[in-house]
Ligand binder design. Structure first.
Ligand SMILES: Cc1ncc(COP(=O)(O)O)c(C=O)c1O
Length: 385
């Protein structure tokens, strides 16, 4: 085996992004300040309230929303559950590749759930949406394979039939330009930790005038839309991360990452046989690359890479420890083997050529070793990959 490099290579930015230095700094400042409860009417409460309102505006401008349309939550999962709570006992259609916090919360609450099929790249076709549903929920970008959905076309179709539209933009936020008005959606989910903010804070955008039922009751916070003492430190961090994205044109920076991602893809496909790419060539986030290697299990590849200081994901990070094949790859490739053998590289803004070089030093021998141990003999039998 190759020697472990002293510098770990983090290629799991879709699971969570390390805190941006400015976020750390602003969260520390907020922690050290003598803040009060944002709902209190005294000076300390006022100071906390100002931190929260500044963050609300910083997040709103990134998606071209009005600050009043932004509701702070505990993360993407809560935002998704809140939308489904709003459509309790109604008819809901969700794509087959949604995050479990959409799929499972829809199944738990809606009177009827239609699963929208996706093509081999993971894209939903607006023509598959039946006019008799009340809500459609399709993510802006998929967390496992990076597919970008045709959201504007989906929303246009839904509006013709007076269907409300929700999009989980947790992965797309900060990576591609988002404008809620031109997209034409009624609800949008965001999460701080996917853009270099802290874990445990998110947002639900609710277009003015759209139906809304709180998930968490028992307080007047967030204009009576989400009870619970306001998470000032987390929100300060989310605001700082959003401000960083705005000030540094983060979408342009992320677009630049596609070059390295494509280089990694090309080299792996050239240098490692029996490998399939699960990420679409077009219509994908710039930093995600999902691949499957015949006769090599994703989890094993992940562990061997980790031993070498290279950190990647398999399926959904949230489902780590869950041994069922990825529902995303099952919905696109319809093959349990491909689903079990997949790994996800999610590059960061700090990923370098040297990191790619290191992956290409380490990955081929790992795959060769796993294949040697496998009972599947490549070349002798017809492998599906
Ligand atoms: C697409 C998507 N939606 C929702 C979530 C959940 O967000 P959070 O971790 O903030 O609850 C994730 C997290 O991995 C995600 O990738």
């Amino acid at each position: 085996m190759l020697e472990q490099s002293d510098h770990p290579i983090y290629l799991d930015h879709a699971a969570t992004m390390p805190l941006l230095p400015i976020v750390k700094q602003q969260m520390q400042e907020a922690l050290l300040a003598d803040y009060g409860n944002a709902s209190s009417l005294h000076q300390r409460g006022h100071m906390a309230h100002q931190i929260v309102e500044a963050a609300r505006s910083q997040i709103a401008r990134l998606i071209n929303a009005d600050p009043a349309e932004i509701i702070f939550t505990s993360g993407g999962s809560e935002s998704n559950n809140t939308v489904m709570e709003t459509f309790r006992d109604r008819k809901v259609a969700v794509s087959a590749i949604e995050h479990p916090s959409v799929l499972e919360s829809a199944k738990a609450r809606a009177s009827q759930v239609t699963i929208l099929p996706v093509d081999a790249e993971g894209r939903v076709s607006p023509a598959d949406i039946s006019p008799d549903v009340d809500l459609v929920s399709v993510m802006l970008a998929n967390n496992e394979i990076g597919t970008l959905e045709p959201l504007a076309a989906i929303a246009k179709h839904c509006k013709k039939h007076n269907i409300f539209v929700h999009t989980d933009a947790t992965q797309a936020f900060g990576k591609i330009k988002i404008d809620v008005r031109t997209l034409g959606v009624d609800y949008m989910t965001l999460s701080a930790h996917k853009i270099g903010g802290p874990i445990g804070v998110g947002v639900l955008y609710v277009k003015q005038g759209s139906p809304y039922h709180p998930l968490i009751l028992g307080g007047h916070q967030e204009n009576r839309r989400r009870a619970g003492t306001t998470n000032i430190i987390g929100i300060a961090g989310f605001g700082a991360a959003a401000a960083w994205c705005w000030d540094h044109w983060s979408c342009r920076k992320w677009a630049g990452v596609a070059k390295l991602r494509n280089e990694l893809k090309q080299r792996i496909l050239q240098e490692i046989p029996y490998c399939t790419c699960n990420t679409p060539a077009e219509h994908s986030l710039p930093h995600i690359l999902n691949l499957s290697f015949a006769a090599a299990e994703g989890e094993s590849i992940q562990l061997y890479l980790s031993e070498q200081g290279i950190y990647v994901g398999t399926g959904s990070a949230c489902a780590a420890g869950d041994l069922r094949p990825s529902h995303v790859i099952m919905a696109t490739k319809h093959d349990a083997e491909i689903a079990h053998n997949s790994i996800r590289f999610a590059l960061g803004l700090d990923t370098t050529e040297a990191d790619i070089e290191r992956v290409m030093q380490v990955l081929p021998p790992i795959i060769a070793r796993l294949r040697d141990m496998s009972t599947i003999k490549l070349g002798e039998k017809d492998v599906s990959i």
